[in-house]
Write a protein that binds this ligand. Structure first.
Ligand code: FCB
Length: 411
């Protein structure tokens, strides 16, 4: 990776901007009775890509909607592939580095019904899709195999609030194993075709703290959660072994062939979470966001805690690969808060670089307002505000501020 090019970007995901009639989340949301009203980016993409130029970013992270590429098990939609290739071509022509996420939470409905992640057969299905994408799309060097595998797992296999809606610890562990095996194989596939490829996952890392420092149970809980949620994946990349530790139980070790199979490490950072032991809650865990630093809570109730970014980047640096912040952003309808959030986090990135951490990029989440999973359309993450009735996009003051920041910071 050339040292001189710091990637200043924005991040999006296909389903959150385009929806898809064939995605598992579409029928999931119908069950929840809140049909995702999307931004129609699938048709307005040319206009949206012009916004990148307007911002002056040199990188763009976006995802491929698997259910558009493979709407049915034996049907490949070549037009959909050509659509994503066109996006790549437009970016390259505009000197904007594309970073593609192969899997960002959603699946084709047939996949999640027939081959959910805890089944062995999920591996081959996913790899066929990966093979298709990687062999067809030309000009892409940066790849994210999975966005936030642990969030997918918590939502899909522990909380059950995301497809496939399972609540079972042992199936969750099997699903995690299969997903990480897929990462390893996809890594090899990408490198066999693109020798200088840069491949990673985007790992959601949170600052996790005990609710009450003096309480040994809260401290124990936050230590265990910190290890599982933030660190266990790092260790799996370092050793090829995933250690799962539950309180008062023997640790479980799962061998997974992913040792060193990352070229950089993608970190998604948003917030700090305080944890309390509560025997009346599921698994004895109660979570809360508290406004401790005075930065406030976002519209989604998340604590704004810029210092946590330094903490998680410092942990992640033990991998010895370059770090890229693949997502960081705030849900708020107030431009001034968005600006304050952005400045505080980019100041933190600057501090990390000065202190010697090898940080090579920052992607703001997100380019335009979009569909926020369980939250729907109320969470305004966009640098451009979207009027969901007229579909008009308007720059927030934070968009202007980001353009200014990325020109003025000399990383
Ligand atoms: C992250 C997801 C992304 C978006 C942001 C707000 O966890 O990767 O899709 O929803 O949160």
């Amino acid at each position: 990776m050339s040292r001189d090019l710091f990637l200043w970007g924005v991040a999006t995901s296909a389903f959150q901007l385009e929806g898809s009639p064939h995605a598992d989340w579409t029928s999931w949301d119908a069950i929840l009775d809140a049909t995702p009203d999307v931004t129609n980016h699938y048709h307005l993409y040319k206009e949206d890509l012009k916004l990148l130029k307007e911002l002056g970013v040199n990188a763009y992270r976006f995802s491929i909607e698997w259910s558009r590429i493979q709407p049915r098990e034996y049907v490949w939609d070549e037009e959909a592939i050509a659509h994503y290739q066109e996006i790549v071509d437009i970016l390259i022509k505009a000197n904007i580095e594309p970073m593609i996420t192969i899997h960002h939470f959603t699946h084709p409905l047939w996949f999640i019904k027939k081959y959910p992640w805890h089944t062995e057969a999920s591996i081959d299905r996913f790899l066929l899709y990966t093979e298709k994408i990687v062999s067809k799309l030309k000009g892409v060097r940066y790849w994210i195999t999975f966005n936030e595998p642990y969030v997918l797992l918590l939502g899909g296999y522990l909380e059950g609030c995301m497809p496939p809606g399972v609540k079972d610890v042992s199936l969750a562990l099997k699903a995690l194993e299969n997903i990480l095996i897929c990462h390893g194989k996809a890594y090899e596939n990408i490198h066999s075709r693109i020798p200088d490829a840069m491949v990673s996952v985007a790992h959601n890392m949170a600052a996790l703290a005990p609710w009450k420092r003096w309480n040994p149970m809260d401290r124990l809980l936050s230590r265990i959660a910190k290890y599982f949620y933030n660190h266990s994946l790092l260790d799996a990349f370092l050793t090829g072994r995933l250690h799962i530790k539950f309180p008062f139980r023997k640790a479980l070790v799962i061998e997974i062939p992913i040792k060193d199979k990352i070229d950089f490490f993608g970190v998604n950072y948003y917030t700090r979470i305080h944890m309390r032991f509560n025997p009346f809650r599921k698994m004895g865990i109660e979570l809360r966001h508290r406004d401790i630093d005075g930065y406030g809570l976002t519209d989604m109730g998340w604590e704004i805690h810029p210092h946590g970014l330094e903490k998680v980047l410092t942990y992640a640096s033990k991998l010895g690969v370059p770090l890229i912040i693949t997502e960081n952003g705030i849900a708020t309808s107030r431009d001034s808060r968005k600006i304050r959030f952005m400045k505080a986090h980019i100041d933190t990135v600057e501090r990390c670089i000065k202190k010697g951490l090898d940080v090579r990029g920052y992607f703001y989440w997100s380019l335009i307002d979009n569909y926020e999973w369980l939250q729907g359309l109320d969470a305004r993450f966009g640098l451009y505000k979207v009027d969901f009735d007229t579909l008009e996009r308007k720059p927030t003051k934070a968009a202007l501020y980001y353009s200014y920041l990325l020109k003025s910071r000399d990383f």
